[in-house]
Design a protein. Structure first.
Length: 343
C-alpha cells in the first residue's frame, strides 16, 4: 500500500482588484507566496511538495494557519487538482474535512449513518451490520434517533468521525477539527487509529493538538507558506512548536530563547532579568512555579509553552527555586536563583 505526492504545486488566482497585505513584521509567515503572470496574480498555496507513505505510516502535518496543510489534504483526497505534479495511491483516499459534508440536517443520526454508508459505496447489508458498532462508538445513545440539527458541534463531530472511519477506505486524511473533541472522545480517536494501523492503513492528519499528533504519528511534515520546511519523525513536531513559541515572544527575547535550552536566566540587552525556557518533548499540562525556603509552592504561570520568558518580579530573592512541572508531579527542570539573578 502507498500514498505518494510527487512535486505538488497548486496556485489560486487572486481576485482582480484584491490588495495584498503582508504579515505583521516579525510575525509568523501566513498564507502562500504571491506570484505574477502578466496581469494575473496568483497565490502559490503549495510549492513543490513531495513525500511517500507506505503501509502503517501516519503522517502529521504541522504549520501556522495558512501554511498549506488543509490544501494539501484536499489535493490528496482529489478535491483539488494540482497545477503541477501528481498524487498516486494504491487505494481510494477517504477524507474528513467538514462535519456536515454529506449529512442532512433534517435526518436523524441513524439515517445520516445510512446515507454516509451508501455514499461510500457500501451495500445495505454492510451498513446494517456496521450500525451497532458505530452507534456504540459515538456514545450518542438516544440522540441517534433525533434530527442532526438538534446536535451540538461536538455531537456532530462524533457522528461524522464514526461514520467516516467506519466506511472509509484504506487511506484516510483528516483536517484540523479532529482535535476538537473532548478528552474522552480523543482517546477513542487514538484507539480507532490504532485499529486502522493494524488493518495496514495509511493516515495523514492535521491538527493544532500537538499531544494528539505525537500519539498518532510516526512521521511529520512542517509546512510554511506552502513549502516543506522539514520532514522526518515526530521530532519535527517539537521543532515546529519551539519555533512557533519563539516567534510569539517580544523581539528582544527571541535571540536569547532560540540560542539556549532548558531553564536559565538572561539579563544582557534586557531592561530586567528574565527567566527563560526552551523545552523538548510533550509540554502539555506544564506550569511555572516558585518555592521560597520554608514557604508553599506558588504557581507563577498556569500553562507553559515550549519556549517562553517570564520577567522577574520585584519580590524575587536569591535562594528561590523556580521549576517547570505538572501539578502534583516532580519537576521536569528547575533552577535556584543566586545574587546575580534577583532583581
Amino acid at each position: 500500500m502507498h500514498l505518494e505526492a510527487d512535486h505538488i504545486t497548486l496556485d489560486f488566482p487572486l481576485a482582480q482588484g484584491g490588495h495584498s497585505r503582508g504579515a505583521v513584521a516579525g510575525g509568523p509567515p501566513l498564507g502562500g507566496r504571491l506570484r505574477q503572470e502578466g496581469r494575473s496574480t496568483f497565490v502559490r498555496a503549495l510549492d513543490d511538495v513531495s513525500f511517500k507513505l507506505e503501509t502503517g505510516d501516519r503522517l502529521a502535518l504541522v504549520g501556522h494557519n495558512g501554511s498549506g496543510k488543509s490544501t494539501l489534504l484536499r489535493v490528496l483526497a482529489g478535491i483539488y487538482h494540482p497545477d503541477r505534479g501528481h498524487v498516486s495511491s494504491s487505494s481510494h483516499v477517504s477524507g474528513i474535512f467538514n462535519m456536515s459534508l454529506g449529512f442532512r440536517q433534517e435526518a436523524t443520526g441513524y439515517r445520516n449513518l445510512v446515507l454516509k454508508g451508501l455514499m461510500a459505496g457500501r451495500s445495505r447489508a454492510e451498513i446494517e451490520a456496521a450500525l451497532p458498532e458505530i452507534a456504540e462508538f459515538t456514545g450518542l445513545g438516544p440522540y441517534l434517533d433525533m434530527p442532526l440539527h438538534t446536535y451540538s458541534q461536538g455531537m456532530a463531530m462524533r457522528l461524522a468521525f464514526a461514520a467516516t472511519t467506519a466506511f472509509s477506505n484504506d487511506i484516510l486524511v483528516m483536517d484540523e477539527w479532529i482535535g476538537a473533541g473532548d478528552a474522552g472522545f480523543q482517546e477513542k480517536i487514538i484507539a480507532r487509529m490504532t485499529d486502522f494501523l493494524h488493518a495496514s492503513t495509511i493516515v495523514v492528519v492535521a491538527s493544532h493538538s500537538a499531544s494528539l499528533l505525537r500519539r498518532l504519528a510516526n512521521k511529520a511534515m512542517w509546512l510554511e507558506q506552502g513549502q516543506v520546511r522539514r520532514v522526518g519523525g515526530p521530532e519535527v513536531i517539537d521543532e515546529y512548536e519551539a519555533a512557533a513559541s519563539v516567534v510569539e515572544l517580544a523581539a528582544p527575547l527571541r535571540t536569547h530563547v532560540a540560542s539556549g535550552s532548558g531553564l536559565w536566566v538572561a539579563r544582557e540587552g534586557l531592561e530586567a532579568p528574565h527567566l527563560l525556557w526552551n523545552l523538548r518533548g510533550d509540554v502539555s499540562g506544564l506550569q511555572l512555579r516558585v518555592q521560597e525556603p520554608g514557604r508553599e509552592v506558588l504557581v507563577v504561570r498556569a500553562s507553559v509553552a515550549r519556549c517562553g520568558a517570564w520577567p522577574f518580579a520585584p519580590w524575587v530573592r536569591p535562594g528561590m527555586r523556580f521549576e517547570i512541572a505538572r501539578p502534583h508531579e516532580e519537576p521536569v527542570i528547575s533552577l535556584v536563583t543566586d545574587d546575580a539573578c534577583a532583581a
